[in-house]
Design a binder for this molecule. Sequence first.
Ligand SMILES: [Zn+2]
Ligand SMILES: [Zn+2]
Length: 114
Amino acid sequence: MSKSVLQQDETRCFFLDHKSENDPKHPEDTYQALDKHHVFGGPNRKHSEKYGLWVKICMCRCHRAGEYGGPLSIHNNPNKEGGKDLMLKRLAQQTFEEKYSHEEFMRIFGKNYL
Ligand SMILES: [Zn+2]
Ligand SMILES: [Zn+2]
């Protein structure tokens, strides 16, 4: 398993320390169960894993889709401006490009989020 390059403390939800526009008041909840979320899913999930582009986030409030996820969860708000998904994709792309390059990001992930 790769180490996350986006998150130092994997014992708490990423969005506690990185408030998104659509969820500025994420409460401190140390008992929340955490899920591992890959920033780029589908065919890019394996690339997200390889380059450490994943984070630990609250299972219900921040992660899951549909009725099992919160109204502001990442899989209920894909690619939405101000939402957690797009915020995380932008941060991941920037972090990747600082280490490699924009061309390399486009070659591997195939889409520009910035
Ligand atoms: Zn996920
Ligand atoms: Zn959370």
